[in-house]
Design a binder for this molecule. Structure first.
Ligand code: ARG
Length: 466
């Protein structure tokens, strides 16, 4: 039985009925919806709208539905194929189980506040799950950083070799990004965690349900303050997909880096068999499909975010059926970002660094030129002049086909008499790294301290991460 038949004399078009139906996807909200239904029933009891025995019967019926729904395949039964949505499913089953008392559950409630409360409850749980997966990826980054703790790595700007860094420092950059993602999600969770139930269809409810009591029962941190806003607000979905899009952007950038580093040309990392695939034609190939898919799936999450912004932008207050379209975007965002985090974690646990190659790459192609300029500055030369002198030394070295450290002292002194024999230590890989010991720099002592700090940050709640 539909939830709204009385006003109608004719039948719904069957194709439109299927188009209108959302049960095939919004069934995912069922446990959250059932939980909120039970609290609503009890609130109606406390308000004197339902008798104690009616509340008892409804709550028992809802618990029975919860058990049934937990059975594998239950929701796929053919008799449920034509159900309109998760809300009508629950009411339908309830009436079957407990009789007409089940019809009383919807007193003082609309599907508009019902779907909002179910979505918020559901999303709250999903955010906690996502935070766990983020934690897994962050842990894997730290484990890999620990494994190659002091290994030098070439740092790039414009994808041109720039200065040496530690590989651990490089990985900690991604740790920072994912930590911000976690903090962002923890913050969004507060705004998700507000009770809209009691807003009715749009104007509030005539029945004296204690909204603050319902909020406390469901673990919400507060109640919405305006019924029109409460049923038409999807900000919490949109800011969630925004956060998810940022996470995907971070994973995609890491993926892109690793794809480049795994090429024969770079050869810095080897991807394990667990995360690679082959070619159907070229027998020698080993392709980074895992990383390419992470990069590709970022596009899909961006798409959902853009779709939701567009969905909401032109809607008059308050509820409009357009909102039903938020579900698949939200669910697919959740599935995609969770899976991408899990695959990223697996990738991080299945890469091998070519330590000799990265160390050599870190100190070749004049990556120590800035250290040479800084040396001249310490000797009293203005930085701009030092920059110019070193530029000319680099041109000279390129001409001879050697690195800066392979030039003789005499040769170097022709460019500046400030250069002494200690220059060679100053432009060594060790010193280039060790010199950058301020907070945020790549010196091994600093990176070790940051690694420690990062480990500690994983031990505390995501809300306090900074
Ligand atoms: N299935 C709808 C949604 O996801 C909720 C139902 C509200 N429907 C309505 N006709 N007021 O938004």
């Amino acid at each position: 039985m539909s939830l709204w038949g009385g006003r109608f004399t004719g039948e719904i078009d069957q194709f439109f009925a299927a188009y209108n139906a959302s049960f095939r996807f919004d069934r995912r909200l069922i446990f959250a919806d059932l939980q909120a239904c039970a609290v609503h029933a009890r609130a109606l009891g406390r308000a004197g709208v339902l008798s104690e025995s009616e509340v008892e019967s409804i709550v028992t019926g809802l618990a029975r539905i919860t058990t049934l729904v937990g059975e594998p395949g239950y929701l796929d039964r053919p008799e449920f194929a034509a159900v309109e949505d998760v809300h009508s499913f629950i009411e339908g089953r309830l009436v079957e189980l407990i009789g007409p008392t089940g019809f009383k559950l919807h007193t003082g409630r609309s599907r508009n506040d019902q779907v909002a409360v179910a979505t918020r409850l559901f999303l709250r749980g999903e955010i906690d799950q996502l935070l766990d997966n983020l934690r897994g990826t962050r842990t894997a980054l730290l484990d890999l950083a620990d494994q190659y703790r002091d290994v030098p790595f070439p740092g790039y700007t414009h994808l041109q070799k720039a200065q040496p860094v530690l590989f651990a420092h490089y990985l900690l950059a991604y740790f920072q990004m994912l930590s911000r993602d976690a903090a962002r999600l923890a913050e969004i969770r507060h705004r998700v965690n507000i009770l809209p139930l009691g807003s009715g269809a749009l104007a509030g409810t005539n029945f004296p349900v204690d909204r603050e009591w319902m909020a406390a029962e469901l673990g919400f941190e507060g109640v919405t303050r305006n019924s029109l806003d409460a049923v038409s607000d999807r900000d919490y979905v949109i800011e969630f997909t925004h956060a998810a899009a940022l996470t995907m952007m971070h994973l995609s950038r890491l993926a892109e880096d690793f794809i480049i580093y795994a090429t024969q040309e770079f050869g810095f990392i080897k991807l394990g068999d667990k995360i690679s695939t082959g070619s159907s034609l070229m027998p020698q190939k080993k392709n980074p499909d895992s990383l390419e898919l992470i990069r590709g799936k970022a596009a899909r999450v961006y798409g959902h975010h853009a779709a939701l912004l567009t969905l909401a932008k032109g809607l008059p207050l308050a509820y409009n059926k357009d909102f039903q379209e938020d579900k698949e975007a939200l669910f697919d965002t959740l599935d995609t970002v969770n899976a991408s985090l899990i695959v990223t974690t697996t990738v991080l646990r299945n890469v091998e660094l070519d330590v000799a190659r990265t160390a050599a790459a870190a100190i070749s192609d004049y990556t120590n030129a800035t250290d040479l300029a800084d040396y001249l500055v310490r000797r009293g030369l203005e930085f701009r002049k030092a920059h110019d002198v070193v530029g000319r030394i680099v041109v000279h070295a390129i001409g001879r086909g050697v690195e800066l450290a392979q030039l003789s002292l005499d040769e170097l002194r022709q460019f500046s008499p400030l250069i002494e024999a200690d220059l060679f230590t100053a432009i060594s890989l060790e010193q280039s790294l060790a010199g950058k010991s301020q907070i945020g720099g790549t010196a091994p002592v600093r990176v070790a301290a940051e690694l420690e700090r990062a480990r500690q940050s994983l031990a505390v709640a995501d809300e306090s991460v900074s």
